[in-house]
Design a protein around this ligand. Structure first.
Ligand SMILES: Nc1nc2c(ncn2[C@@H]2O[C@H](COP(=O)(O)OP(=O)(O)OP(=O)(O)O)[C@@H](O)[C@H]2O)c(=O)[nH]1
Ligand SMILES: [Mg+2]
Length: 543
């Protein structure tokens, strides 16, 4: 039993729990190794016993965080996943995100739930396009950003060059915390600048289990024989250069997101993974506050609050259920508690709270700030909903993207209409697609809008595998949707170009579809007073 909210015992417990929590997202361009690193962190956290390398696509082993069938087949992450593990007394919530730009919407939403970001770079590729975009989002949020240069086991760019690239391309100073020893396929270990020690790795079973290591101080004579060839003099030169020319490590700047600590390693062989985790946990701060319409809500505020940042249907094929992912912001979440729900404006009892522990889901008794938990969703939750104990307020909105690609969809077999509608509406509530109805035609005309092309593939795939529906999809030439926010009674009376169209979104808000910006401008000129918005108007409370 927990002590009552207003007791010092409760405050002390809350403080202790907050202090040991860390919640972060892993971001990068596709294929840099986010899912692989996630898996290795779970391995070091003892959450999994051996890692089934992501590479083993053709076998039946797959990374825990790529759980969707389509992810296993294609070897890419299409949706983010959350997992909790314990390491060195810390309780860590990790969010693995998809790198592909067509799924960035999901990544952006997840970043709202994270307090820090780990940015992965492929050592051979450096800073890539998608990394730049995601980096900017993190920067806007002001969260600390850690750089992990991955794939050091292969041919790689020069580490100094990578440092410079981060500074030039991303505009953030980088401070290497460790430094790689051995290049181009001969990665031997890392030098820790803080401890002035060399960590060398031996053998390894391709990263299935923790890697063996020896740690030597830089002036240990044994280093002479441990490091072959010219690695030792080279390391000395490089350290000297770093000390002279590089930025000093400044924890304040790191925490303010102004300096990125840089680590080198190889997620696949586990080289450098544990020292990274160890330091990352110490350099990051416990869960931070979130803004709301009544001001910032602090984690140690005794009353529970949190927000929904992700909805996911069919995570468990055996149950076909739907989960809403909640980030706890303040207080203590207790199983069975009643909370105020911003979406309905009512008190509701939270059902079947669950936590994600690698391969398993576990029931949750209590959850604390920073924790990500899954709530059973009978269809009441929406992205961005606030849940709170004893107070009514709203957390900041979760970003929604305007779709840029559209298609008319229907089931191939008209007998499957019901399943089709169920699937479309569930995926739309997840935020995986947006749905519209076209005005000019009957109910039959269901329009789907997405931000990125691949989301259409995922839609087709998931409707088939999760709902048993073959989808017929006719692509449409519109590129823009605009919400009519004012200045118009009935959209039927509007004067529009012939390629534009009228419709409604899933919440029955009137919208217009356009092929180009020129048609949007024309619509505004021809229909005086017409007001158009790029995103859906703020949701009214559902019935
Ligand atoms: N050589 C080498 N390969 C790696 C390393 N880490 C990951 N890989 C490989 O890189 C490929 C992509 O790894 P993932 O972990 O799926 O990459 P990701 O960043 O999660 O990809 P998306 O989620 O699709 O953006 C896989 O084939 C991995 O085996 C590494 O340290 N060294
Ligand atoms: Mg991945």
């Amino acid at each position: 039993m927990l002590p009552a909210n207003d007791t010092p015992e409760f405050q002390a417990l809350l403080h202790e729990q907050v202090e040991k929590r860390r919640t972060f997202a892993i971001i990068s361009h596709p294929d840099a190794g986010k899912t692989t690193l996630t898996e290795k962190l779970l391995l070091y956290g003892g959450a999994i016993r051996s890692a089934g390398s992501v590479k083993a696509r053709k076998t039946d082993k797959h990374a825990t965080s790529d759980w969707m069938e389509i992810e296993k087949q294609r070897g890419i992450s299409v949706t983010s996943s959350a997992m909790q593990f314990v390491y060195d007394g810390y309780r860590i919530n990790i969010l693995d995100t998809p790198g592909h730009q067509d799924f960035s919407e999901d990544t952006y939403r997840v970043l709202v739930a994270a307090d820090a970001a780990v940015m992965l770079l492929d050592a051979a590729r450096g800073v890539e396009a998608q990394t730049i975009k995601l980096f900017k989002v993190c920067r806007m949020r002001g969260i600390p950003i850690f750089t992990f240069v991955n794939k050091m086991d292969r041919a790689a760019k020069d580490p100094f060059e990578l440092m410079e690239e981060i500074e030039k391309v991303l505009g953030i100073r980088a401070c290497p915390v460790n430094w790689p020893i051995g290049v181009d396929g001969d990665f031997q270990g890392v030098y820790h600048r803080d401890e002035k020690t060399v960590e060398l790795y031996v053998g390894g079973d391709h990263g299935r289990t923790k890697v063996q290591k020896t740690v030597l101080s830089l002036d240990d004579p044994a280093l002479e024989s441990a490091l072959e060839g010219n690695y030792r003099p080279r390391l000395r030169d490089e350290i000297e250069l770093l000390d002279e020319a590089g930025d000093d490590f400044d924890l304040e700047k790191v925490r303010a997101g102004e300096l990125t600590p840089m680590f080198f390693g190889s997620a696949i062989t586990n080289f450098g993974v544990e020292p990274f985790l160890y330091r990352f946990l110490r350099y990051t701060l416990p869960p931070t506050s979130r803004d709301s319409d009544i001001g910032p809500i602090e984690p140690e505020d005794p009353q529970f609050s949190g927000f929904i940042f992700k909805i996911q249907a069919n995570m468990n094929p055996a149950h076909r259920d739907r989960l809403a992912f909640l980030r706890v912001v303040s207080g203590v979440f207790r199983k069975g508690m009643s909370v105020w729900h911003s979406g309905t404006g009512k008190e509701l009892q939270v059902k079947q709270p669950q936590q994600f522990m690698a391969d398993e889901r576990e029931g949750v008794e209590n959850a604390y700030p920073g924790d990500i938990i899954g709530l059973f969703d009978p269809g009441v939750y929406r992205l961005g909903d606030t849940l709170s104990e004893g107070r009514k307020f709203h957390f900041e909105k979760i970003p929604v993207f305007a779709p840029e690609r559209f298609a008319r969809v229907r089931p191939m077999d008209s007998m499957k209409r019901k399943q089709f509608q169920k699937g479309i509406s569930q995926l739309s509530e997840e935020g995986a697609i947006q749905t519209f109805l076209r005005n000019e035609t009957g109910l039959e005309e269901m329009i789907v809008g997405v931000v990125g092309e691949l989301q259409f593939d995922v839609l087709t795939y998931r409707l088939k595998s999760e709902y048993g529906v073959d989808l017929v999809m006719d692509r449409l030439s519109w590129r823009f949707v605009r919400w009519v926010t004012g200045g118009c009674g009935d959209t039927a009376d509007l004067q529009l170009t012939s390629t534009s169209a009228r419709g409604f979104d899933a919440r029955n808000n009137p919208v217009l579809f356009f092929e180009n910006e020129w048609s949007i401008r024309l619509a505004c000129e021809k229909n005086r007073g017409l007001e158009l918005g790029e995103i859906a108007p703020r949701e009214k409370a559902a019935k």
